[in-house]
Structures are given as structure tokens and as C-alpha cells.
Write a protein that binds this ligand. Structure first.
Ligand SMILES: [Fe+2]
Length: 314
């Protein structure tokens, strides 16, 4: 696979698993044409996914990729040192959380929350101004950030770096959602036990003592109607959505993690919350993508919180 193929396949899989559905995803406002440089191109609809910095062209063949949740200059330097020691060339770094220019675009994913919630039967279209306010705040934060830090390092290190964020989260969310749907756990505790059957969650519980946790609600309470909308969407939306979820019949939010502000609001209104854990959840989507890359002959080297679990089919 080339770097272009990896990006194209990630976006394709991301759209396929997007809760919004293919049509709505393809109609989202932001788009970027990714050009291979040899006459091929595709439309990327995910502002938090794409090229961070390249020293090669997009048509470079990738035989070995380093994949991690957060890849900064420290991880790049450590792995280039490993590469030299082992005599194993690294063709590409794939980070999950967007870096550089992509980090500066991440706020543009926020509007996807509205359509994700609609897919779960919750209409928050009347809260659009709250989303807009949050986007404005995030834009102000970007003004203070060191946006080219990673680009500048890569310029000197002669390597290639891409970020794959929302597509991996969509794939992971869909996988866990379908798993829970299939098992139909009755209570919140049953749901936690179901989650722990998934290898990434079991791994993190065993090694790092981070496991799916009930952060609002009682273990023997029914799971009821649930959403996975806080598993995707780039970043957390405005807190005003939680009372709407409750009002519109949702009993439980299953998320990777929430801020204290959102947790407090959920507890106040009696909305149940299961937090599955961040790194383990991010690993699931990345793993399913990496299985695809591996089948095409790409060797995966996991770093930075990414626990590699291979699945033959899913
Ligand atoms: Fe994440």
C-alpha cells in the first residue's frame, strides 16, 4: 500500500461506519481533495484526518508503519532511534489524535454531533448556536497553539506523518455498539462485563487498571436506551445536549470519556454514563484499520498507548 492508499482506505472505512450514514457524511460542509500526484484523487470529509507532514510523495510504498495514539516529536525520535538500532526502516508514522494543521481543524468535526445524535433518535438541531459558540471558543484556542511544531521537526527528520482520527473512532464505535447490541446486557454492570470481553478493554484493565466504569448510575440499574454518540465526533459537544438526550428518552450515554463539566451535568439530571476508557477505545478502531493494512502487506509497529490486537475478520 502507498501512503495515499492508506489514507483513502481509512476515509472509505470511516464513511462506511459513520453513524450519520454515507449520504450525510458525504454532504458534510468540510472537504479536501487528496491528490495522489499520479492522476488519482479522492474526497476526504474528515478535517481531523489527513497529511500532517511528508518528506516523500503520497505514492511512497509503505512496508512498515509506526502507529500510536499520540505521536509527537519524542515518539518520532525514539522510533527513528529504534529503527536505526534494529535496521528496520520506518516508511510512515500514523498518529490517531490529529497533530499540526489537522489539530487546528478539529473543531470543524463538532457539527457531526448533531447528525450522530439524530441517528440515535435525539434531535438537537435547535441547539446549533451552542455548537457554533463552542466552535468559536475552540478557534480562539488555536490562536495560542504552536501549530507548526511537528511539521518543523519532520522537516529535519526526513520522514512521513499522517493522522487518522474520526474514521478510526467511527470504526471502533460501530464495533463496540454492535457488540453490545448483540449481547443485549440488561444492567449497567452487565454492560461493563460485556465490554471486558473485548480484548483491548481487558488488556487495559489488566495492565493499566483503566477499565470501563460507571460514572453516573447504579450497577444494577437497567441499561435502557443508549447512545454511542460521545464515542465519535472528534471532541466533546456542548453540555446542553445531555438534558435533551434525557428528555428525548435516552437512559445511558456510553462514551470513551467525558469532561468533569459534562459528568456533573449528567449526574444532576440522572442520565447514566458508562466511560469505557480512552486509549483502549481508541485502540479498537485503529486495530480494525491496521488489520486491513496488514492484509495488504504493511507491518505495524504499535507505540504510544496503542494496544495492538489482531482480528482475522470482524
Ligand atoms: Fe481519542
Amino acid at each position: 500500500m502507498t501512503i495515499y492508499d492508506i489514507l483513502k482506505e481509512s476515509v472509505r472505512e470511516g464513511i462506511k461506519n459513520d453513524f450519520r450514514g454515507e449520504q450525510k457524511t458525504r454532504n458534510s460542509i468540510w472537504k479536501e481533495i487528496i491528490d495522489s500526484g499520479d492522476g488519482r484523487s479522492f474526497e476526504n470529509r474528515y478535517p481531523d484526518t489527513g497529511i500532517v507532514a511528508l518528506s516523500s510523495t503520497l505514492t511512497k510504498q509503505v512496508r512498515r508503519a509506526v502507529v500510536g495514539i499520540d505521536i509527537g516529536t519524542a515518539e518520532i525520535l525514539a522510533m527513528l532511534q529504534w529503527s536505526q538500532k534494529e535496521g528496520k526502516e520506518i516508511d510512515l508514522f500514523i498518529g490517531h489524535h490529529p497533530e499540526g494543521r489537522l489539530n487546528g481543524l478539529m473543531h470543524l468535526t463538532l457539527h457531526s454531533h448533531i447528525e450522530n445524535l439524530l441517528a440515535f433518535g435525539v434531535d438537537v438541531r435547535h441547539l446549533e448556536d451552542k455548537f457554533d459558540n463552542l466552535i468559536e471558543d475552540l478557534k480562539l484556542d488555536i490562536l495560542s497553539s504552536n501549530i507548526t511544531q511537528i511539521h518543523d521537526s519532520i522537516h529535519y527528520l526526513d520522514t512521513n506523518y499522517i493522522s487518522i482520527h474520526s474514521p478510526a473512532d467511527n470504526i471502533g464505535a460501530r464495533f463496540v455498539y454492535e457488540y453490545v447490541q448483540k449481547k443485549q446486557p440488561e444492567t449497567l454492570q452487565n454492560t461493563i462485563d460485556t465490554m471486558l470481553e473485548i480484548e483491548e478493554y481487558a488488556h487495559y484493565e489488566g495492565i493499566n487498571i483503566i477499565s470501563p466504569t460507571i460514572i453516573s448510575g447504579e450497577p444494577d440499574a437497567p441499561l435502557g436506551k443508549y447512545t454511542f454518540t460521545d464515542f465519535v465526533g472528534g471532541i466533546e459537544g456542548p453540555v446542553e445536549v445531555y438534558p435533551e438526550m434525557k428528555k428525548q428518552g435516552i437512559d445511558t450515554v456510553i462514551c470513551m470519556h467525558l469532561t468533569e463539566k459534562a459528568i456533573d451535568r449528567c449526574r444532576d439530571i440522572g442520565l447514566q454514563v458508562i466511560s469505557t476508557g480512552h486509549m483502549s477505545s481508541d485502540s479498537i478502531g485503529l486495530n480494525l484499520l491496521c488489520d486491513t493494512f496488514e492484509r495488504e502487506g504493511v507491518e505495524i509497529v504499535p507505540v504510544s498507548g496503542f494496544v495492538r490486537v489482531q482480528r482475522k475478520t470482524h
